[in-house]
Design a protein around this ligand. Structure first.
Ligand code: PHE
Length: 446
């Protein structure tokens, strides 16, 4: 059986890493984070973090992955001779495990909405109050768990077969389609009566809206959306050959990710204000707002169905990379036991994810820390584990890893522009990134 052991082409690698990056993070999580933490102010700081912290980090993971060419709990020791640094890889494995456990809950919601929309189309149900459907469906423990299970099973099936190549090909069509469907939604959304207020809310940063909490969440969001701090991108780069221009690839992925996040915001915020709703509705935001936008369109239900399928696809290309990371480490890239382990890890993720699935229903009132069990898992991953993982990578690449090797990996033309790019990047990774990550942490404590 063929693993992802090498990519079929440069494009294959870009598509797979973009597939890992672009998913629930940009489409579902970004708008609700922006809605909770000040709209435009959040967007602004998110873009700054994505370019200033995310891009250099992504490049670091690519360099290390391609150079080390092994699974992430081995790579740090292999390239530096200092085995203790493999702990960064171990941490990443815990991070993706927890991440998958609540990611699959939202993936399940998409499946539920697909079923519901199908039932609407054939006339078996008639949805009108979307806020209510959301609570009805999502709060139902059986629905929530069954759909989460289906999403995990879907992912397990693909990873166990190692059919990522097929997914890679499908991305070529599905990703552009997802983007086009956003353009359609945006046009509808911004032409609704009263949309202007929403556009302003989302695009005009008001500094007074920014809290230290918002800054922490924005940093976490930039990691989450780019799959950073888990060594996931490093793993994908370890299947890469020398020819690929990783600088260009990293740039492309970062900008695509920003574009999709902004598109999601532009699709949702104008509609929120036009419908007279509140932007801070939490994780349900997208699921409550979008059907109402489609409702205002010709053949809206059909378009909505199409959108949901594309959205599910984007989520699956990300969940594949989550599971792939665990599997590549457990099997040490040996495909013999890939199938068995995919099912075992998938089952464990499901069991661990049950309280998250029930967080909007049965366990709604079981709150601690930052909120429900689900909220706490998300907080743990995005605002604690990912930043720690990212911190580890910057320290490793900036202070432990050999600089000459890095320069060779980057292989940029020896022009002035090339040299100043490398110097800036290295300076950022060595000094600026660790300081920013720590400062945001301390800011939160204060
Ligand atoms: N970036 C993915 C998303 O936004 C989530 C992810 C995080 C995937 C970490 C892999 C590793 O949906």
């Amino acid at each position: 059986m063929k693993n992802l052991s090498q990519w079929s082409s440069n494009l294959g690698f870009i598509l797979a890493s973009a597939g890992s990056a672009i998913g629930l993070g940009a489409v579902w999580k970004f708008p609700y984070m922006a809605g909770n933490y000040g709209g435009g102010a959040f967007l602004f700081i998110f873009i700054i973090f994505t370019l200033l912290v995310g891009l250099p980090l992504l490049l670091s993971e690519f360099i290390l992955g391609r150079h080390g060419k092994t699974y992430s709990t081995n790579i740090f020791g292999k390239v530096s001779g200092k085995k203790s640094f493999n702990i960064i890889g171990w941490l990443g494995n815990i991070t993706v495990f927890v991440l998958f456990s609540f990611y699959s809950v939202i993936g399940g919601w998409i499946i539920l909405y697909i079923i519901r929309t199908l039932l609407d189309i054939v006339g078996l149900t008639h949805s009108h109050n979307y806020g209510l459907i959301f609570t009805d469906y999502i709060a139902n423990p059986l629905y929530a768990m069954a759909s989460q299970f289906a999403f995990i099973l879907f992912t397990v099936f693909i990873v166990s077969k190692g059919v990522e190549k097929g997914i890679e090909k499908a991305s070529k069509i599905m990703m552009p389609l997802l983007f086009i469907s956003f353009v359609i939604i945006i046009i509808r959304s911004i032409t609704l009566d009263g949309a202007l207020e929403g556009i302003e809310y989302f695009l005009k940063p008001k500094v007074s809206d920014l809290s230290s909490e918002g800054v922490l969440y924005a940093l976490g969001q930039s990691f989450f959306a780019l799959s950073l701090g888990t060594c996931g991108m490093m793993t994908y780069a370890s299947y890469l050959d020398k020819k690929t221009n990783i600088v260009k690839s990293a740039n492309a992925i970062v900008w695509m990710n920003i574009l999709v996040s902004v598109a999601a915001g532009l699709a949702i915020f104008p509609a929120i204000f036009a419908f007279g709703l509140e932007p801070n509705q939490g994780p349900g935001l997208l699921f409550i707002i979008l059907p109402q936008v489609f409702d205002q369109m010709f053949l809206g239900q059909l378009f909505y169905l199409l959108f949901l399928v594309l959205f599910l696809f984007a989520a699956i290309t990300s969940s594949i990379s989550l599971l792939e990371l665990n599997i590549s480490n457990i099997t040490k890239n040996d495909n013999k036991n890939r199938k068995k382990w995919s099912y075992i890890i998938g089952s464990l993720v499901f069991i661990f994810g049950i309280p998250s699935a029930l967080s909007n229903g049965l366990l709604q009132h079981f709150t601690f820390g930052v909120g429900s069990f689900f909220d706490n898992m998300d907080f743990l991953v995005s605002n604690i584990l990912m930043p720690i993982g990212a911190f580890g990578v910057t320290i490793f690449v900036g202070h432990i890893f050999n600089k000459d090797t890095i320069m060779k990996e980057l292989n940029l033309s020896n022009t002035r522009l090339g040299r100043s790019f490398v110097d800036t990047w290295y300076f950022l990774v060595k000094f600026v990134l660790p300081i920013i990550i720590i400062a945001v942490f301390i800011g939160q404590l204060l």
